[in-house]
Design a protein around this ligand. Structure first.
Ligand SMILES: Cc1cc2nc3c(=O)[nH]c(=O)nc-3n(C[C@H](O)[C@H](O)[C@H](O)COP(=O)(O)OP(=O)(O)OC[C@H]3O[C@@H](n4cnc5c(N)ncnc54)[C@H](O)[C@@H]3O)c2cc1C
Length: 566
């Protein structure tokens, strides 16, 4: 190797989920690691996220008495992901490695002092299928005082949550109008946060807690991280990746990597040209990802022969765009909205066409599929005055008066009757009235005969736990009636370079590009074209970072880590 400005053992491109996990593994082998991050913040979309990781058979399930096993998780992925061959990221070998390595990765992080636990109840998204877990397989970070990072606190990408509390509790807060328990948690969380501020703490939760704790562990282990250090090129010698070109003090800077390069640079949700090519009909205006999610590292790996797959797949997230949201980096997500009682989703002809619960990926894909038959992007969420008084709407509090601009600019449509509302949204009044009447009939019988909303535990979980007899079905019957548009937004793309069971990047012919590893949404997901449960983006990003670093360290030296990798 020559002509480098700097030589390291392992270089990681991007500071996403797997980056610091891989770096900690490398440090346990006494290898030095440099993480190069393009933006001014550490943490990627992972820091902005819920920070949930889908980890089957994890130790918190065992200690909580929740049954799981390798075989059960494998049966579940078989049932949900399946074996179609147009999803090379999701081979049986890779799925098996994921299920085996995921709990080991969690044990390794705990050993590194990263405090994690599980959400007690968050059903798998297809819990009714073989191997599904109703209690769920989620692992999250404990609330973190980001002031413990000292001067690095300013470099941790901020959370989307204004207040911090354990995720178990935060998930109950939106029901505060109906539940004393939720009211209590809301007040308690507020007081805890105020008290923490007085005591000089800055509490963060969700993805910011996860990445904050990872950053703390990485700094403790002398991992070097540089922000505003975009990687523009991979350096390839004799077909092997030996380093990267980044930028330092305003000039190109060549960094050699003795053991390899791990790309953890996110997806392409912020790149409209790539979306037009791979996901036509979707828009950067609907994404919740961070600005750095622009896909150039996927293109750079392709330039060196990497195969790509599943590029049409994205993690959909129901999104609404009230006036002013075009200026917001994080758009109002309305995921649980249409699965709440007193609300349905209809296409532009006023017809209901899906189970409004279920996985957000399947939901948004369902919108795009419907749009191939009849106009359905955007669709309309239709709800009544009970909904608006009880539940949050596009980031506003239940029962609160909505911004005047919402009606003035035509975002929130209103009618005293369903027929009047239909005219407001240019839908045939009879069609909408008949859709609502049919749905209300299902509510009365407590059974959605068309789309089975509420049959799954996950649908019910998305609804209102205080609503009886169904947590998700509630009649649309008390005027005035309302509608807002819903778009098939996203929290990230899900296709990218094809990797093997060691996270090595592969060419079209199945051969390995030596020295090049990849993880996270820069890769074709191990979950194929499905989203089996909460945490199926962040979990795999961590796990493949963990796998890649072990492989790179062991392949080059056959050494043993100094700390246990269980
Ligand atoms: C509000 C919200 C909630 C979510 N909740 C969850 C959840 O709870 N669980 C879950 O699994 N998923 C969740 N998601 C989706 C999930 O956050 C992302 O899919 C996931 O974090 C992607 O992780 P990653 O490690 O692949 O990349 P990222 O975490 O996005 O990190 C990639 C990093 O690489 C940097 N980068 C890009 N190009 C370069 C370059 N050329 N040089 C150097 N650096 C570069 C980027 O700036 C970025 O910092 C959520 C997303 C959002 C927006």
């Amino acid at each position: 190797m020559n002509n480098f400005d700097e030589l390291r053992d392992f270089v990681v491109v991007g500071s996403g989920g797997g980056s610091m996990c891989g770096a900690l593994v490398m440090r346990s082998y006494h290898k030095d690691v440099l993480i190069l991050e393009k933006t001014e913040f550490i943490g990627g979309t992972t820091a902005r996220s819920g920070g949930v990781m889908w980890i089957p058979n994890n130790r918190f399930m065992k200690s909580g008495g929740v049954e799981d096993s390798f075989d059960k998780a494998e049966a579940y992925l078989d049932a949900v992901v399946g074996d179609s061959d147009n999803q090379p990221g999701a081979t049986r070998e890779r799925r098996g490695t994921y299920i085996r390595e995921a709990p080991r990765m969690v044990d390794f992080l705990l050993d590194q002092g990263v405090e994690l636990n599980r959400v007690a109840y968050w059903p798998d998204y297809y819990d009714e299928r073989a191997g599904g877990s109703e209690a769920g397989r989620t692992v999250v970070a404990r609330v973190f005082n980001s002031n413990e990072l000292g001067q690095w606190r300013q470099k941790l990408r901020p959370s989307f949550m204004a207040m911090a509390g354990p995720l178990d509790e935060m998930l109950l807060i939106p029901n505060f109008k109906q539940s004393w328990k939720s009211k209590f948690i809301m007040v308690k969380t507020g007081l805890v946060n105020i008290f923490a501020r007085i005591m000089g703490k800055h509490l963060v939760t969700c993805g910011a807690a996860l990445q904050g704790r990872m950053l703390q562990a990485a700094l403790r282990e002398d991992v070097e991280l540089r922000t505003q250090s975009a990687v523009s090129e991979l350096i390839v010698e004799d077909g092997a990746v030996t380093g990267v070109v980044t930028v330092k003090e305003g000039r190109p800077w060549r960094v050699g990597a003795r053991l390899g390069v791990l790309v953890n640079a996110g997806g392409f949700a912020r790149n409209q040209a790539m979306r037009d090519q791979y996901q036509p009909g979707t828009s950067v205006a609907w994404t919740q990802t961070i600005p750095g999610d622009t896909g150039e590292m996927i293109q750079e790996m392709m330039r060196h022969g990497a195969a790509v797959a599943q590029m049409d797949t994205f993690v959909g997230y129901q999104t609404s765009l009230p006036p002013g949201s075009e200026r917001l980096d994080v758009k109002p997500g309305v995921q649980g909205m249409t699965a709440s009682p007193h609300c349905i989703l209809v296409d532009q002809g006023g017809t209901r066409y899906m189970n409004e619960g279920g996985s957000y990926m399947a939901y948004c894909q369902g919108m795009l599929d419907r749009n191939k038959l009849v106009p359905a992007v955007p669709s309309w969420a239709v709800f009544d005055s009970q909904f608006i008084s009880k539940y949050m709407l596009a980031g506003t509090m239940p029962g609160s008066s909505k911004p005047a601009s919402w009606t003035e600019q035509g975002y929130l449509k209103k009618g005293e009757t369903i027929e009047a509302l239909a005219r407001q949204i240019s839908v045939d009044p009879e069609a909408l009235a008949s859709t609502v009447a049919r749905y209300n009939g299902f509510v009365r019988n407590n059974r959605d005969e068309d789309f089975h909303r509420g049959d799954r535990a996950y649908d019910r979980w998305l609804g209102d736990f205080t609503h009886k007899p169904s947590q998700t079905l509630g009649a649309i019957e008390r005027g005035p009636f309302y509608a807002v548009q819903v778009y098939p937004g996203d929290v990230g793309t899900y296709g990218g370079v094809v990797t093997d069971a060691h996270a090595r990047v592969l060419k079209e012919d199945g051969s390995v590009i030596p020295g090049l590893y990849a993880t996270g949404v820069s890769t074709a997901s191990v979950m194929g074209r499905t989203y089996p449960g909460a945490g199926c983006s962040v979990g795999p990003s961590f796990v493949w970072g963990f796998v890649a670093a072990q492989h790179a360290a062991q392949a080059h030296q056959g050494g043993q880590p100094s700390r246990s990798i269980a």
